[in-house]
Design a protein around this ligand. Structure first.
Ligand code: NAP
Length: 688
């Protein structure tokens, strides 16, 4: 049944899904979902009645083409507008977030963190991707001696749907961090939130759709079970999963995913570690940072963070002091209704989740003793400790770090275990026993210790934070995945890699090696390839973006470089390096064998040759890239420069854009003496 109505949150309403262009309400009673703080039933969830195959087909047929019509920059602009829209409406998300047990600062991480990912991808898309529909990956590769056969990698969006299965703990950030790179890549999303907190994701998706910014079919939502969804995925679809390692394992082996070699990305649980350096004794800034960070990671989101510190490695001789300091700090954490501003830690997401953590704690207690907290009892402010899913922070201490449990059992709540180590080699080995983690941290003021640990444990980690007195103030902390950095980890952590800036976008695209002539590769990539035809005529600096074409070029010169030029440049700039000024020393130089011109003199002369000086559409030169000096320039050499329009990137919200030019400076023998890209800003229209 498809309805367009937008019902209000009543006590037992069924969450809706958004599929096939409309809101769908399940055809059965569904499963009740409870407020984490009060235990009250707030909604029911079910996906019964959804035609999953049709939903995927709708995304492919309607959403995909609509997105692929847009350039990267146009998609980025929509992401930015969407982020602003959600920011204006974030109070609606905060209100529901509190019902998941989250404090206001927990909600900040989830809600504002998620919106921040949209902003970040919008900005990266605009700065790092072309205003085009194809992404060029890496340089042109020469494949033949004559220059007529070359190769280049291009990335184009997959023609399927990104199926995004999320965990319960970040009902806003989780879907948004998957949606943003998929959207930017040009791939529609189908979001499947974890049932426990799906009411918040439902609200998020409702807001996203209400914004009116997203082309139809680019965002769908399935609340409730995935049903037979995965039976319908094809070779062009992707599945991105966040959740437990056990579910990841099951989905990875799904017959349709295996048969169709569906791209599968998993972010699973992990037993992240934090290592205190031996230098960080009590009284040092690093000791305090370690203790503070551990307590933060245990209590933010009531420890329900895939990145939280589960294993706290401490030099054996500091174990007692660290334990004492952590316990003292934990004793100041007030647990209770997140609506109370004094409360520092709210509830777990559900009573089932609390039972799950208690079960894991039993297993962990075989290897260590509890030195803070009681898993069965906690004082709570303004709430019923039993009806709400409240749990005390629990710190364990395992004096034998070789026991298996701390390295294998994840208690997905406010739980951490202190473990002693006696040498850097030992702690590296112990860290690796997590068999793959999302993140690890080292807290030390000793850069050499940090290097040994980072290089030692990096193969088991997706991200490493080194915390010390220098970066503490600005540090975003152990537990915060950042959109510009890789999020994911090897092994147990799922083997996935989400976000990481443009890496996350490319994950949704197919990389293809295209071989052909420079002319064809220029046409395919919409970027000039050396050897492709060039067109000379009106000086290209006289052309606006509307008039300029890829391949437009100017050849200027020759100009002879003299002894006087080199001496003058040396004196004028102060660059009196001996190769330009001391004949005897220059002759002894094995590379030059005599006085040579400054590379910057060559570049300056080239600019003097190719520039068209009168005011016109070229507004500014904002840099050079890939500059290489290839052949020494000696007094008497004649320089000629060929400048060719290589790539045109109009800005979406400005009356100018970027133009990248290929500059090739040659000598009289036709050898390239310098090659580089010149970057300019050019007006879209000529002012006449
Ligand atoms: P989960 O039980 O594995 O569920 C994760 C998601 O998978 C939910 O949306 C769930 O839907 C769905 N799911 C479960 N069984 C499925 C099946 N057979 N087929 C298709 N989908 C299925 O994990 P969780 O309890 O929600 O999350 C907690 C775990 O996630 C922790 O272990 C934590 O470490 C990990 N986590 C990892 C990250 C990360 O970025 N690496 C982030 C957050 C959490 P239903 O809810 O409807 O069952």
């Amino acid at each position: 049944m498809v309805t367009q109505a937008t019902p209000t949150m009543s006590s037992t309403r069924l969450l809706r899904s958004y599929v096939n262009g409309g809101w769908h309400t399940a055809t059965d009673e569904g499963v009740p979902l409870r407020d984490a703080v009060t235990g009250e039933v707030i909604a029911r969830v079910s996906s019964t009645g959804i035609d999953m195959g049709a939903a995927l087909e709708y995304g492919r047929r309607v959403g995909g083409p609509a997105l692929r019509e847009l350039t990267f920059h146009q998609r980025a602009a929509l992401l930015k507008a969407l982020a602003s829209y959600l920011r204006e409406h974030r109070d609606e998300l905060y209100a529901l977030s509190a019902r998941t047990g989250a404090t206001r600062s927990d909600s900040l991480v989830d809600v504002d963190g998620g919106i921040g990912v949209l902003f970040s991808y919008a900005s990266k898309g605009k700065r790092e991707l072309p205003n085009d529909t194809v992404y060029l990956d890496g340089p042109v590769e020469p494949l033949g001696k004559g220059g007529t056969f070359v190769g280049r990698h291009i990335c184009t969006p997959l023609r399927g749907v990104a199926v995004q299965i999320n965990a319960f703990n970040f009902p806003v950030w989780g879907p948004l961090e998957k949606f943003a790179p998929a959207f930017l890549a040009g791939v529609p999303s189908l979001i499947k939130p974890a049932s426990q907190t799906a009411y918040l994701t439902e609200k998020l998706v409702e807001l996203m759709l209400d914004s009116g910014l997203l082309p139809e079919g680019t965002l769908q939502l399935v609340c409730g079970s995935v049903g037979d969804l995965l039976d319908h995925v094809t070779d062009q679809d992707l599945v991105s999963f966040t959740g437990s390692a056990a579910t990841a394992q099951r989905l990875r082996a799904h017959p349709t995913i295996v048969r169709n070699a569906v791209r599968f990305n998993a972010e699973a649980d992990s037993l992240n570690c934090s290592i205190l350096g031996p230098d960080a004794t009590p009284g040092t800034a690093e000791f305090d940072l370690y203790v503070k960070q551990l307590v933060t990671e245990m209590t933010v989101k009531a420890g329900q963070k895939c990145t939280a510190i589960r294993r706290a490695f401490v030099p054996a001789e500091l174990l007692d002091e660290v334990q004492q300091a952590v316990c003292e700090r934990l004793s100041r954490i007030s647990v209770g209704d997140p609506a109370n501003p004094e409360v520092r830690m709210g509830a777990l997401a559900s009573l089932e989740q609390r039972e799950e953590v208690r079960r894991s704690l039993k297993a962990l207690s075989d290897a260590g003793r509890i030195v803070f907290g009681d898993p069965d009892h906690v004082e709570v402010a303004d709430a019923d400790a039993e009806r709400g899913a409240f749990l005390s922070p629990v710190l364990l201490r395992a004096d034998d770090p070789q026991r298996a449990e701390p390295h294998e059992v994840e208690a997905f709540g406010p739980v951490s275990t202190l473990l002693p180590y006696t040498s850097v080699e030992q702690v590296v080995d112990l860290a690796a026993r997590g068999r793959g983690s999302l993140v690890g941290s080292v807290v030390t003021g000793d850069a050499e210790f940090a290097r040994t640990v980072v290089l030692g444990v990096a193969p088991w980690h997706g991200r490493m934070l080194v915390l010390d007195a220098d970066d503490a103030k600005e540090s975003t902390g152990h537990g915060s995945p950042l959109p510009m950095l890789v999020h994911g980890g090897p092994g147990r952590a799922g083997g996935g890699e989400e976000m990481g800036g443009i890496r996350g976008v490319l994950h949704h695209m197919q990389r293809t090696a295209v071989q052909g002539s420079p002319k064809v590769l220029t046409a395919v990539g919409n970027a000039w390839v050396p050897g492709a035809p060039r067109s000379e005529g009106v000086h290209p600096f006289r052309k606006s973006l509307a008039e300029l074409r890829i391949g437009d070029s100017v050849v200027a010169g020759p100009r002879t470089v003299t002894d006087e030029d080199i001496a003058h440049f040396a004196e004028f700039t102060g660059d009196t390096f001996y190769a330009h000024t001391d004949r005897a020393a220059a002759e002894a130089n094995p590379l030059f064998g005599g006085i040579v011109a400054h590379g910057y003199l060559v570049v300056s002369f080239a600019a003097g040759l190719f520039v068209s000086p009168e005011p016109g559409p070229v507004l500014a030169n904002y840099g050079l890239e890939n500059l290489r000096f290839l052949t020494p320039v000696k007094p008497g050499d004649e320089l000629t420069v060929t400048l060719t329009c290589k790539q045109i990137t109009p800005r979406e919200n400005a009356d100018y854009g970027e133009v990248r030019w290929d500059a090739d400076v040659t000598n009289a023998a036709g050898e390239s003496v310098a090659k580089y890209d010149v970057l300019t800003l050019v007006a879209k229209e000529n002012e006449r």
